[in-house]
Each structure stands twice: as structure tokens, then as C-alpha cells.
Design a protein around this ligand. Structure first.
Ligand code: SF4
Length: 280
């Protein structure tokens, strides 16, 4: 007998399907009754729209303008010290937000930012996403990942069997770089002190670094994304995986299949199963 869908699950699935239709693909996840297909991942139809180059061969990523001498290895968060009690974590995050204040600690304060984008989500999340920096929508609303890339991130989270309220989301820098340029090392190194403290409060089991900038500053390495993907890294006392930034996926949807592999690695680490599709 078929189990009726709850209103919440209906909403999640409707959001996911709407996104997939918009992108001209199919669902981000596959149910257990789906017929077997190729290993092309959640968007097998996309490569047929543009058969070359090979969708499983990532194109070269933009070279990060980061000099090794300017990279600061992130300070280890002491995960062996007593954790802040779960019920006190929201207040601890709010204390960090108050300390940031109307921050002018780096140049981004003077380059047209409107709102500081602190972070969003569950203070007790097991999974924490880190992006690069706010874009125009985020700068306007003061919330990370609310534009088109944010919608895609929401769909990625849904495909993992979670929802946005159960994860925590932040960025390497909390103020929008002008014209969405990559934050420079002085800006990133200055701002990540707050991100690391947020991570220390939330104490996620797993961090997902979205894109090269997040990977660079969280791992203290400027190795290429292609080298960093596909493995679980030790990161400041917790674990981290690397995948593509949703904004990059909007520019190159062929990499969604590769991204789905990364998310499946995260799901395996966290013992997560994608939501089952129920007909009717
Ligand atoms: S990016 Fe971070 S360090 Fe720089 S001004 Fe904004 S909040 Fe302060």
C-alpha cells in the first residue's frame, strides 16, 4: 500500500522537481525503484544536450589568485574541549555576531557592502556548508545563499534527505566583494577568524566546502579542486569534503553529476539516505 506524502515532503519534492525542470534535467536523486542508468549522475540528459566535452572530465577551474605566502593555515578548533551545550549554541553564535558588529576589519567594509551576512541554520547541525562570499541577493537580505545559487543549494540539501533548517550555512567572507570578485587573502584571512569560531560552536560532524575559495582557506591548501574532491579530509578536528560551488554549477550544469558524487560521499559519511519517492 502506498504511503501518502506529508505536506512537508510534498513541498520538498515540488521544490526539487521545479528546479530540475528549470534546468532541463531529471531529479537530483534516484529512487530505489528507478531503472538502472549510466553513471552520469542526477542529470543524465544534460550531456546529450551538449555532447562535448566529456561531462565526466571537469574543465579547468579558474586559477585562484592566492599566493602560498599569503595563505594562513587555519587554527585547529579544539574539538576535545567541552562543547557548548546544544541549547546554548544559538546564544553563543549571537555573541559572535554582536562582536562582529558593524565590522570594518577588512577592506570589504568599504567596497559597497550593504549587510553583513553572518550565517544561517541550525546551531546544532551535523552538516555545515561553507561558500565563498555573499552575492547581490545575500548582500541585500543579510542571509547566505538566497539567490539562484542558494535555490540550487537548497535542492542539493533536499536531495540529501535534509532540509535547510537542519544544516548550517556560512561563507569565507561575510561582506560582498565588489562585482563578486574572489576575496583577497587579507580579507579572507581576517574574516575566517569568525567563521572558525562559528564552526567551533556548531561542531558539525562534516563540513562541505563549496568551491575552491572555501577549500583553500579551510584546508590551508591551494591544491586544485580536482585534487581535493572525492575524499574526506581532516579539518581542524572535524571532517571536510570539497565540491563545486552552486554558482559554478549554474554556469556549467554538466558538473552536477560530479557534485552528486560528492554529496553521496557526504551522505555515506553521515549515514543519510535520500528521500524515497512515493507515487500518488
Ligand atoms: S568581510 Fe568579514 S572581516 Fe571584512 S569587514 Fe566584513 S565582516 Fe569584517
Amino acid at each position: 500500500m502506498k504511503t501518502p506524502l506529508s505536506p512537508e515532503l510534498r513541498q520538498q519534492l515540488a521544490t526539487l522537481l521545479a528546479y530540475c525542470r528549470e534546468m532541463g534535467g531529471v531529479d537530483f536523486y534516484r529512487g530505489e525503484h528507478d531503472p538502472p542508468t549510466s553513471d552520469a549522475g542526477p542529470f543524465p540528459s544534460l550531456p546529450q544536450q551538449n555532447p562535448t566535452p566529456n561531462p565526466l572530465t571537469p574543465e579547468p577551474l579558474p586559477i585562484m589568485p592566492v599566493k602560498s605566502s599569503l595563505l594562513v593555515a587555519p587554527t585547529a578548533i579544539d574539538f576535545s574541549s567541552p562543547a557548548i551545550a546544544p541549547q546554548a549554541r544559538a546564544a553563543a553564535l549571537e555573541a559572535i555576531r554582536r562582536e562582529i558588529g558593524d565590522c570594518t576589519r577588512c577592506q570589504l567594509a568599504f567596497e559597497g557592502r550593504h549587510k553583513i551576512v553572518f550565517g544561517d541554520g541550525d546551531p546544532n547541525a551535523e552538516l555545515l556548508f561553507v561558500g565563498e562570499g555573499p552575492g547581490a541577493d545575500e548582500d541585500e537580505q543579510g542571509v547566505p545563499f538566497v539567490g539562484r545559487a542558494g535555490q540550487l543549494l537548497n535542492n542539493m540539501i533536499t536531495a540529501m534527505g535534509l532540509d535547510r533548517q537542519r544544516v548550517y550555512i556560512a561563507n569565507i567572507v561575510k561582506c560582498r566583494p565588489p562585482k563578486n570578485r574572489v576575496p583577497d587573502p587579507a580579507e579572507a584571512n581576517t574574516c575566517t577568524q569568525f567563521l572558525l569560531r562559528q564552526i567551533g560552536v556548531v561542531r558539525p560532524k562534516l563540513i562541505v566546502a563549496l568551491g575552491a575559495t572555501a577549500a583553500t582557506y579551510l584546508l590551508g591548501s591551494k591544491a586544485a579542486l580536482s585534487v581535493l574532491r572525492g575524499k574526506v579530509h581532516d579539518c581542524m578536528g572535524t571532517k571536510l569534503i570539497v565540491t563545486y560551488h552552486p554558482a559554478y554549477l549554474l554556469r556549467d550544469p554538466r558538473q552536477k553529476a560530479e557534485t552528486w558524487k560528492d554529496l553521496q560521499l557526504a551522505m555515506k559519511f553521515l549515514n543519510l539516505a535520500p528521500p524515497k519517492r512515493t507515487e500518488g
